[in-house]
Design a protein around this ligand. Sequence first.
Ligand SMILES: C[S@@+](CC[C@H](N)C(=O)[O-])C[C@H]1O[C@@H](n2cnc3c(N)ncnc32)[C@H](O)[C@@H]1O
Length: 237
Amino acid sequence: MARIDGRLPTGDEKAFAVREMFNRIAPRYDLLNRLFTFGLDQRWRQRALDLVGVGPRDCVVDIGCGTGDLVELSLARGAEVVGVDFAAHMLRCARERNPDARLLQCDAPKLPLASGSANVVTCGFALRNFVSLPPVFDEMARVLVPGGRIALLEVDRPRSAFVRFGHSLYFDRIVPFLGGLLSDRHAYSYLPRSTAYLPPEYELLAMIAKSGFRSVRRQDLLLGTAQLVTAVRSDDS
Ligand SMILES: C[S@@+](CC[C@H](N)C(=O)[O-])C[C@H]1O[C@@H](n2cnc3c(N)ncnc32)[C@H](O)[C@@H]1O
């Protein structure tokens, strides 16, 4: 069994360990998310959908859909939704919550979807789990029509030293401790450490632009403990 312990894995080893970890924590994933964010995670998802204006005429692809939070919220807005994830147990939970949703088990950089088949792509808290970000951003651009929108949610580390100190106490100590008691110690100690995979803000936004997006914007959520990035697919990419 692959465990993500001290060292952060890369390449195929990371993909294997991440998939195995999410399969393991799937049954309690929603409960711990709500608990650790005091329910704010769902508000952030709604905000992401608001910012890109998800509504009844949209076809949304949710990448790294996990247990289906964003799938469910987009379906509730009347959109057509395809949720994709490579962890079978996360998808099983998504299926239980959304029996009629279209859910596909596949790898984010190789989506079995036609080019230009969606007009919104969402991705909640999955970026740091991908082996490499540029191929996933390229794939988002491929499946979107020109003018299509993306909304990407991710955790972050606050910039203010004061907030950072309090956040680190919570995120690096309390979350792994409670996560260990309620679910899986390895997974919930990986969660804070996995922020190290995220590139700095300017690099992340430049990567997205390079994949063929314009109007790339980022905003802090809850004092910089999370972030929301939106962009529009350029016409000429
Ligand atoms: C932190 S969970 C987020 C789940 C959900 N989007 C949410 O908002 O709670 C990250 C998800 O990304 C999935 N994932 C990670 N790498 C992936 C990949 N290469 N292809 C597809 N799914 C992937 C994991 O299996 C996991 O379900």
